[in-house]
Write a protein that binds this ligand. Structure first.
Ligand SMILES: Cc1cc2nc3c(=O)[nH]c(=O)nc-3n(C[C@H](O)[C@H](O)[C@H](O)COP(=O)(O)OP(=O)(O)OC[C@H]3O[C@@H](n4cnc5c(N)ncnc54)[C@H](O)[C@@H]3O)c2cc1C
Ligand code: SF4
Length: 510
């Protein structure tokens, strides 16, 4: 499929996966220097461990994290599976919550899953309209990804320059990724994608447009698959709060030394995409459909944050216990409130998945309105839960001395004595939980738990726009006027409109 250092044998375990990332000649910059082997870099490795967990989970719990492919008929990792039933969509959410619980961070594989699923239906519909062969090409590509069990990154967000201008209006055309040359064999693309989750930890990137496009933006309407180690790609690693703690030795101060997320800027300088890996080229009218379907899937994928929230709630309850205050009524009430908030994320995400419907391609897609409500909750609730966690933690969460001081011959004993909580609990346990709370609310994993919750899959206003588009205020005004005795509506007509709003009462295809 490509002349790069892609794995030749299927990846099974997390260990196989880590091995598959070694020896690729990626051009990765971190702190202004080329990284010789990202797998061994202490700042990068926790993000690789998080993706590795997606493989190990599929081995431990195959019903949850793998599925039967309708393309190859083989058992495949759920992150590479096209959802052909409502249960498939629901199970994505259950797997995401579980992985959030197990890693306490962003495990990076959902962007690719949601890109494949949205492209599956969009390419089908482009082909129906334009007699193209994108859907066939995509199926071939997916079959190969499923066979080798690879990681796919979804590269949608352009750097965007002046946000008030369309791609073709920008002073610098490279501010949105676009085709710079066409040959008989394919296209060359240039530009940059920002905030790319797990891009170095992927084997392939799927490049997609980030917004609705017009006829003037034809060269920007490009979707294609690119190997992560393709010629012409430079990665500039995104640093995270407290990230250099992983380079200090020790692990306590990292809070969660094993797992972390990853984002980088991806700069594409005349990167070639052969025809067989192009899934849209110039069909500008389908760019909005792709963005909307991708964000529809991805905005309810954010139930991952309810899994991460489970960890933070646990940490808050644990520190309260270590501090001897777990039976205080306000503490119990705050844990209840945190749980209520956390389950609100999960409830809306999973409800959206349960409301899935088939697209023309046969793939199922979740409910867009409720997906947007889910993601909009996610832009707020993790901040509220974090506030409670810091409340229960006490000020030590930000004033605690370092691991080196804890281990110091001179002051270690003093800290052991004066940082003690409840009798029978070691000082180190108390410090470790506090560091975890710091990690999730201020440190490396606050990237995933807080700011990614804000902007990932679109900033809050993007959800409000989608909610406004679908909220049918006129229908609701009709209901009010009827009950207030202002209008007399034929109930049969009303029933039809209301059914459109809620969907069928029963769907027998589940
Ligand atoms: C941790 C993290 C991981 C991510 N992972 C991925 C990924 O894997 N793949 C991917 O493709 N993307 C990813 N994203 C990108 C994410 O989708 C974007 O951050 C999001 O769409 C917002 O874009 P932006 O960051 O450029 O913010 P901006 O566009 O700069 O937005 C800043 C503010 O300006 C407002 N604004 C922007 N444009 C306009 C306008 N035209 N009119 C009025 N107001 C406007 C926004 O509403 C917001 O309030 C990730 C983001 C984060 C933070
Ligand atoms: S933010 Fe959540 S949904 Fe997005 S890739 Fe990370 S874990 Fe998956």
């Amino acid at each position: 499929m490509s002349e790069t250092t892609q794995p030749m044998q299927p990846i099974v375990s997390g260990e196989d996966y880590v091995a598959s990332l070694r020896g690729r000649s990626l051009r990765v910059f971190l702190f202004g220097e080329l990284v010789p082997e990202p797998v061994d870099h202490p700042m990068i490795r926790p993000s690789i461990n998080a993706v590795a967990e997606t493989y190990d989970l599929a081995m431990r719990e195959p019903d949850l994290a793998s599925a039967n492919s309708h393309i190859t008929a083989d058992r495949v990792n759920r992150f590479l599976h096209i959802a052909m039933t409502r249960d498939d969509v629901v199970l994505q959410n259950k797997m995401q919550r579980r992985l959030g619980q197990l890693t306490g961070t962003c495990f990076q594989r959902c962007v690719g899953m949601d890109a494949l699923n949205s492209l599956f239906s969009v390419t089908f519909e482009i082909d129906e309209t334009h007699n193209t062969e994108y859907h066939y090409r995509l199926k071939e590509f997916i079959a190969e990804m499923q066979r080798l069990n690879l990681v796919i990154g979804g590269a949608m967000t352009d750097v965007k320059g002046d946000r008030s201008l369309a791609p073709h209006q920008q002073a610098d055309p490279d501010l949105f990724v676009h085709v710079v040359e066409r040959t008989d064999d394919g296209v060359y693309i240039s530009g940059a994608k920002a905030h790319q989750t797990g891009c170095l930890n992927s084997h392939w990137l799927i490049v997609m447009p980030t917004m609705r496009l017009t006829d003037n933006d034809k060269d920007y309407a490009i979707v294609g698959a690119v190997p992560v180690d393709a010629e012409g790609i430079t990665y500039i690693y995104g640093r995270q709060s407290c990230d250099t703690r992983s380079m200090e030795g020790g692990e306590i101060d990292q809070g969660n030394a094993r797992y972390g997320g990853q984002e980088a800027m991806v700069i594409l300088d005349r990167v070639f995409i052969p025809n067989e890996l192009i899934f849209m080229d110039g069909e500008v009218e389908f760019a909005a459909m792709l963005v909307e379907r991708f964000t529809c899937y991805h905005r309810r994928s954010y139930v991952c944050k309810s899994g991460v929230g489970d960890v933070l709630i646990g940490a808050a309850a644990q520190i309260a216990e270590y501090n001897g205050v777990e039976n205080a009524s306000h503490i119990k009430d705050k844990i209840v409130e945190m749980t209520h908030l956390n389950e609100t994320i999960y409830a809306t995400g999973i409800a959206s998945s349960y409301q899935s419907k088939p697209t023309q391609s046969g793939a199922y897609i979740n409910d867009d309105m409720i997906a947007n409500v889910c993601k909009h909750h996610v832009t707020k609730i993790p901040y509220q839960i974090s506030r409670f966690a810091q409340d229960l933690a006490g000020g030590l969460v930000v004033t605690m001395p370092s691991e080196q001081d804890l281990r110091s011959e001179e002051v270690g004993k003093l800290l052991d004595k004066y940082l003690k909580g409840r009798e029978g609990v070691s000082t180190e346990s108390r410090v470790r939980i506090l560091r975890l709370i710091e990690n999730m609310t201020l440190g490396r994993n606050a990237v995933g738990y807080l700011t990614e919750s804000m902007h990932g899959a679109g900033s809050p206003q993007a959800q409000r726009i989608q909610i406004a588009r679908q909220m049918q205020t006129d229908l609701k005004k009709t209901l009010a006027r009827e009950l207030a005795g202002i209008d007399q509506r034929n109930r049969d007509n009303l029933t039809t409109e209301l059914t459109d709003y809620l969907g069928k009462v029963f769907d027998t295809d589940v």
